[in-house]
Ligand binder design. Sequence first.
Ligand SMILES: [Zn+2]
Length: 200
Amino acid sequence: MTAPILQDVLAAVPGQQLEMTELAPGVPASKENLATLWAHVQKNEGVKYTFPNGCAVYLTSPNSIHRTRVDLRAEVLGPIVTTGSGEIRCHTRPRLCIETHKNTPEGLLQCFRFAKQSLRQYNEQGLCSNCRSEDMVIPPWRKLKAVGMPYCADCMIVAIMSPPEADALQTPAKRTRRSRDSPSGRRSPDASQRTRRSRD
Ligand SMILES: [Zn+2]
């Protein structure tokens, strides 16, 4: 779910789509070079590549029920986190985003582009700070912030659709009366006791 949203957002922001005519400086994204790297990837069902920022990319092409590896998946993982409490602790990498392409040289290029774009977005914007409850899932999910926004796309959508808070629905008269009680509009029990004592 996360991957299509990320791609949709990137597609909608001019200049954000990563062009990849070169695999690396001086190394063109030619058919020959991609075929060489794709053949290397086929030697294993999955390989994890780590990066200096602590993230990792897990490239997998799992066997399907028909024993043919039709898909190539790029799973972007964050730096290792510790979850659980007490004796039950788990050191694991959270998932940041996943995208699946055809298990072909062209699909490998799509995986490279997706992983590179995701890691760049991680470096530039970091992770959504609003998704901590996802720690209960194993492995936990951490989501990249939506481009130019303070939270991930899912948290943004929840915030956008949330109804206004109860106070905002009060009539103007009620709001005025409540705002006289205390700056926040709610009088705490301690505050009311202090008021009574001062009157005595
Ligand atoms: Zn979020």
